[in-house]
Design a protein around this ligand. Structure first.
Ligand code: BTN
Length: 330
């Protein structure tokens, strides 16, 4: 995908005004036929663009795009919001179209990233979920956010990352929309028993040597009907549960701020002080569940998580830590 051309087209059309193919071609130094081809791709990924002879292209509805400057100005409660503007590296990037925000940051390891750096996108052509699943990523209506974090102590403490990230999502959603979510070990965010958001963590490094981590969050805000039909798991979106209109820039800023705070807390004092909060939001605490690990199915009762972030599963009266697998209600 030639990203810059399409980014320009998206931004030019966002206001919902007509703009001619001729003018767009002149701005970008390409032919009207080339513009038409790019517009076709944009309609294929879900943008509702139509054309009228003599007037040009127009979006059926104006777009409320993510805006980097707005997000930065909203990070007001960060210790040093100016750092975003002064850094040599772009600490927050917003892309119209990308393959995957996680992959984008992973490709920049180790020298083109700085701890806390964020990549957001309006659309992902290859959004990834856990266990090799696809993360359906329709344009301009959800949040796809990835943050790079440097792990000075190595990968040994990585287990806690998904738990603290889930807590950060919970903090941000509560602060922005006053909606209370539940957390499903290790890294799903539920609302009324249905999935609202997912977390994907990519790691690179060694157990006890400085390592790298990219934390990806996909949060459903306003799922378009067509995209929703493509999702296999049951899902919900935040707008259906919120009394306030969700502002994607505002919620993105909250997410960045809450995630950085939780990561710093983890770096300073570890996971243990967060466990009480995690248990207060645990969707499956003391519930009968089914754990699937590869081909193996185990039935038990969830007894929370331990100090390392492993699930505590009671089977036949014995509580044992579980380090991986998929849990669901029985
Ligand atoms: C899951 O529940 O399976 C995890 C979903 C994670 C999706 C997010 S969207 C932003 C980031 N980029 C990706 O390709 N995946 C994560």
């Amino acid at each position: 995908m030639t990203k810059t051309v399409k980014e320009h087209l998206v931004k030019s059309l966002a206001s919902g005004q007509f703009i001619s193919g001729q003018l767009l071609g002149e701005q970008l130094g390409i032919s009207r036929t080339a513009i038409a081809k790019h517009i076709k791709v944009l309609t294929e990924i879900g943008l509702d663009i139509y054309s009228v002879t003599g007037k040009g292209y127009k979006l059926a509805q104006p777009l409320y795009l993510l805006e980097k400057d707005k997000i930065i100005s909203l990070l007001a409660d960060e210790k040093n919001p100016q750092a975003e503007k002064q850094s040599d590296l772009p600490l927050i990037e917003v892309h119209s179209l990308i393959d995957s925000t996680n992959d984008y940051l992973m490709r920049r390891l180790p020298n083109q990233v700085t701890s806390g750096q964020v990549c957001l996108a309006e659309y992902q052509s290859a959004g990834r979920g856990r266990r090799g699943r696809q993360w359906i990523s329709p344009f301009g209506s959800q949040i796809y956010l990835s943050m790079y974090w440097y792990l000075e102590q190595g990968l040994s403490g990585a287990m806690g990352l998904s738990l603290l990230t889930a807590l950060a999502v919970s903090d941000a959603v509560k602060a922005h929309s006053n909606v209370q979510v539940q957390l499903k070990w290790p890294n799903d965010i539920y609302l009324d028993g249905v999935k609202l958001a997912g977390i994907l963590i990519d790691l690179e490094g060694q157990a006890l040597e400085p390592s790298h981590c990219v934390i990806g969050i996909g949060l459903n805000l306003h799922m378009p009907v067509d995209a929703g039909k493509l999702i296999e798991q049951k899902w919900t979106d935040l707008q259906s549960h919120s009394k306030v209109k969700i502002d994607r820039n505002g919620l993105s800023a909250q997410l960045i701020s809450c995630l950085r705070k939780r990561l710093q807390q983890h770096q300073q004092v570890g996971l243990v002080p967060m466990l009480e909060e995690w248990h207060a939001h645990d969707a499956f605490l003391n519930k009968r569940v089914k754990l699937i690990t590869g081909e193996r199915v185990t039935h038990g009762i969830c007894r929370g998580v331990n100090n390392q972030g492993a699930l505590l599963l009671e089977v036949d009266g014995q509580v044992k830590p579980v380090y991986g697998g998929e849990v669901s209600l029985r």
